[in-house]
Ligand binder design. Structure first.
Ligand code: AMP
Ligand code: TRP
Length: 342
């Protein structure tokens, strides 16, 4: 018998730096769409994931608040969605430990993100960085979430989440954890660096010119797009003309995602145009879409106590959902739970 689970969305973003246009298009914007479709949505600033690599404590706190401000400014309504930071709900760490005992070393060693981040120097990485995907599986399973909107780079971690859930169910002969469905949709599932069309746009890239930050002002956004790497050819009239032109394709995809059109419509509109003409249009569009968010973020950041209050309230609501699931997990695994709580 296969249990059925109510549709519930969970997703997370690391507060390990300022958010980028990649986070906005690949994650945040879609989080808002899911909320507005009326599905139950739980969104988390995963501060415990962030500390798998060194974080300055004061900056981490600041970036967590800034992340929360970005969610709200982008349209997440803390009354409709649950918005909180991971470390306030201890169930993440507790279920994460149980999953560390279910997942296999071999599974973790095959994660491309681990291999990329650890490079040739695995010995010097934190144990937490290695176990990172197991904590991510716990984030999702703690709420019996069934759908996870993410960018393309998280696909492998979600496959691992499925493997952990299936192995737990098999090991204990239960049908308890759902097999989650990744939601990797749209034209902006992988926004690339403005300096190198073969690299993902990332908050950890050493070059600030490689990305657009949600905190950038209008002039900075326009200047970064003007300087973005391109090739000397004009824009083609069909999508096939973008083959082997990663930088050109990236700018077209960004335009498409920001304007809510398919990429084919964008190339049809700009067929034959030079980048000198396309880039100012893209800059205007990016500023028009992002500057209201930046302005609202700045306003929210003036009241950090209010942000902390929202995160606390979100954590209370998250914990209420997590508690019975965690209790049942402990029971299934053979832990005695006789302490009086409350
Ligand atoms: P992170 O910043 O690594 O915590 O990522 C948070 C979310 O943003 C995840 O769903 C990522 O897949 C998504 N994301 C991060 N960078 C990009 C990018 N360059 N393009 C599309 N999605 C991204
Ligand atoms: N690993 C994700 C990233 O770096 C962040 C994350 C942590 C996450 N836990 C999650 C995403 C649970 C979705 C669901 O992008």
């Amino acid at each position: 018998m296969t249990a059925t689970f109510a549709p519930r969305i969970f997703s997370g973003i690391q507060p390990s730096g300022g958010l980028t246009l990649g986070n906005y298009l690949g994650a945040l914007k879609r989080f808002v769409e899911k909320q507005d479709e009326g599905i139950e949505t739980i969104y988390c600033l995963v501060d415990m994931h962030a500390i798998t690599v060194w974080q300055d404590p004061e900056k981490l706190r600041q970036q967590t608040r800034e992340g929360a401000a970005a969610f709200i400014a982008a349209g997440i309504d803390p009354a409709r969605s649950i918005l909180f930071n991971q470390s306030q709900v201890s169930g993440h760490a507790e279920l994460g430990w149980i999953f560390n005992c279910v997942a296999r070393m071999g599974w973790m060693s095959r994660m491309t993100q681990w291999k990329d981040k650890a490079g040739k120097n695995a010995e010097a990485q934190s144990l937490g960085l290695f176990a990172y995907p197991s904590l991510m599986a716990a984030d999702i399973m703690l709420y019996h979430a069934t759908m996870v909107p993410v960018g393309e780079d998280q696909k492998q971690h979600l496959e691992l989440t499925r493997d952990i859930a299936i192995k737990f169910n098999n090991d204990f002969g239960v049908d308890f954890f759902p097999v989650v469905e990744p939601l990797i949709e749209g034209v902006a599932t992988r926004v690339m660096s403005l300096r190198d069309g073969t690299k993902k746009m990332s908050k950890s890239d050493p070059s600030d010119q490689s990305r657009i930050n949600l905190t950038d002002d209008a002039d900075t956004i326009a200047q970064k797009i003007r300087k973005a790497k391109t090739d000397p050819e004009p824009l083609p009239g069909h999508l096939e003309g973008l083959k082997d032109r990663p930088e050109a394709r990236n700018l077209v995809n960004i335009y498409a995602a920001l304007s809510g059109q398919p990429a084919a419509a964008v190339v049809a509109e700009f067929a034959g145009a030079q980048f000198g003409a396309f880039k100012p249009k893209l800059a205007d569009l990016a500023v028009a879409k992002l500057s209201p968010i930046t302005t609202e973020m700045n306003r929210l950041m003036k009241d950090p106590a209010e942000i902390d209050r929202i995160l606390g309230q979100g954590a209370d609501r998250a914990a209420a959902i997590a508690e019975p699931i965690l209790e049942r997990t402990f029971q299934i695994t053979g832990m005695i739970r006789s302490r009086r709580r409350g």
